[in-house]
Design a protein around this ligand. Structure first.
Ligand code: CP
Length: 326
């Protein structure tokens, strides 16, 4: 793997390899099994042009727990605020001897563009997409898959189900603001690659053009869908990307598409509740749902560190000649 720009870059075997390695690096009581020396001498830069809590801190922890040197650069406080271009910014950072650049940017395609500039100039810097505009957020989809795989294996061990294909026959509802969601796009790619069925549930105004060509089922009857799925992934309503105001109104949205306390009773026992965060509590998800026994939201956060350790390890090459993790 040279870069990780899109969930579409990963086939089922590659995805399973990342998830399996993440299991080896998974947290025990909030810490990795041990700090690994695998990336000693390597440098990872987190270059964030948009705000983040989970993604930036987990990439930083992932790098540190693999013994890489990690630094964070935000648009605020960098020369981006003086008008420096994306090209000048990424080439400046890359020229400092960096091994990997983890990029979050408000423009769809910015990490791909950076990877193209590095290729043109013969720079061997690896690029990881940490969320670009409304396009993709591949490591979010990987950590979601990691969390759901654990849940399916542990809590729904149906007789006859193949443990090596934990997503086969599963149906996962992705609910809400699909139009603005890079999380939805990456999850549609990755979950279908893994063999799950994806059901999108959204008001028509928050469905993107062309969704009819996606490999998904599109519904708007949330109350019925909730009783038919193995997991429900609630999306954040991205009000900051809705410059012209938004419809439905917040009240209408919650009534039609929010995971309210009343709707918890429509879920089948064992249905997983996910949300990538940050949550708009009381809008797309109620506190009763977010803090319920079925909620995997904090498991998703924990998975973020081990999955990002796995991705950095595989990109930067921490295996010895036998393939063993050092
Ligand atoms: N899920 C996610 O990307 O969260 P942050 O914006 O906090 O990184």
């Amino acid at each position: 793997m040279r870069h990780l720009l899109s969930a579409a870059d990963l086939d089922a075997a590659e995805t399973t390899g990342i998830l399996d390695l993440a299991e080896e690096m998974a947290l025990v009581q909030g810490r990795p099994v041990k700090k690994l020396p695998a990336l000693r001498g390597r440098t990872v830069v987190n270059l964030f042009f948009e705000d983040s809590t989970r993604t930036r801190s987990s990439f930083e922890l992932a790098g540190k727990w693999l013994s890489a040197d990690t630094i964070n650069i935000s648009a605020k406080g960098s020369s981006v605020s003086k008008g420096e271009s994306l090209r000048d910014t990424v080439l400046t950072v890359a020229s400092m001897g960096v091994d990997a650049l983890v990029i979050r940017h408000m423009a769809s395609g910015a990490p791909l563009q950076a990877a193209r500039w590095f290729a043109e100039l013969g720079l061997g810097v690896h690029v990881v997409n940490a969320g670009d505009g409304t396009h993709e957020h591949p490591t979010q989809a990987l950590l979601d898959a990691f969390t759901l795989r654990r849940h399916f294996r542990a809590s729904q061990p149906d007789a006859g189900r193949d443990d090596h294909q934990p997503f086969a026959g599963r149906r996962i509802a992705v609910v809400g603001d699909i139009t603005h969601s890079r999380v939805a796009r990456s999850n549609v790619e990755l979950l279908t690659t893994l063999g799950a069925g994806v059901v999108l549930v959204a008001p028509p105004t928050l469905l993107p053009a062309g969704v009819d060509t996606w490999p998904v089922e599109v519904r708007d009857d949330l109350d019925r869908v909730l009783g038919e799925v193995d997991a429900v992934m609630m999306l954040r309503v991205q009000r900051e990307r809705m410059s012209g105001g938004y419809f439905p109104t917040p009240r209408e949205y919650t009534v039609g598409y929010g995971l309210t306390r009343a709707r918890l009773g429509l879920l089948r026992p064992g249905t997983a509740i996910c949300h990538p965060g940050p949550m708009n509590r009381g809008l797309e998800i109620s506190a009763d749902a977010a803090d319920s026994a079925g909620s995997l939201i904090l498991d998703q956060v924990a998975a973020g560190v081990s999955v990002r350790m796995s991705v950095l390890y595989l990109l930067l090459g921490g295996a010895d000649e036998s393939g063993a993790v050092r």
